[in-house]
Structure formats: structure tokens, C-alpha cells
Design a protein around this ligand. Structure first.
Ligand code: ZN
Length: 113
């Protein structure tokens, strides 16, 4: 489970950013998670509740924005949404594709009072 270290890193960043802004509490945290990043929301939530205890981020509301995977075909150069495990260009049927979106994992914003 790599969610534990991800959540820990995210929490450190949140606390750091809140303190830089002079806040003594964090109300909400917004994360962007690509569907191909392999990160499970519920795991992050679980670890967050556990790790944030006693920090200024305790009790903060977590929200997630999922990013649908997108690929670009190396053959015809078109971009398309990836559906499940069908890694084939719908335009020219080649399997030579590059993932351009969907592996994201970052902190989008935090809410402080
Ligand atoms: Zn193509």
C-alpha cells in the first residue's frame, strides 16, 4: 500500500502551506488523482484520519477530483479517452499509444478559515 506514504507527504505539505498562510486550522483539502495513478480514495481518507490527529489538519474535509485517462496515438497523433483496458487507438487501431493524462497525483488546493 503506497497510500500511506502518499498521505503522509500530502499532509506535511498541507500543514506547511497552511502555516505559511498564517492559518492555524485546515478546513478542506482538494486532491487531484488520475485514475491510472493506482491511488484509492478510501485508503487516503483512512490514513488521513489517522495521520492528521493532533495536527492543524485534523477534521479537514477531503475531496478528490478524478482525472479520466487520456492517450495520444503515435500513429495518427489523435488524442482519445482510454476505456478500461482497451489500449487501442479508435482511429487507426494501433496499440502504439502514449498516456498523456491520468497519472496525476497532486494537491490542488487547501481551504483555511
Ligand atoms: Zn491512431
Amino acid at each position: 500500500m503506497h497510500e500511506l506514504s502518499i498521505t503522509k507527504t500530502m499532509l506535511d505539505l498541507v500543514v506547511e502551506q497552511a502555516q505559511e498562510n498564517g492559518a492555524d486550522k485546515v478546513e478542506g483539502i482538494r486532491l487531484v488523482i488520475g485514475e491510472m495513478s493506482g491511488v484509492v480514495d478510501d485508503c487516503v481518507r483512512f490514513y488521513f484520519e489517522f495521520l492528521s490527529k493532533g495536527t492543524i489538519a485534523e477534521g479537514a474535509r477531503l475531496s478528490f477530483r478524478r482525472v479520466t485517462p487520456k492517450a495520444r496515438c503515435r500513429g495518427c497523433g489523435k488524442e482519445f479517452t482510454l476505456n478500461g483496458l482497451d489500449w487501442i487507438c479508435p482511429h487507426c487501431q494501433t496499440t502504439r499509444i502514449d498516456i498523456v493524462e491520468g497519472k496525476e497525483l497532486y494537491l490542488e488546493s487547501i481551504e483555511v478559515p
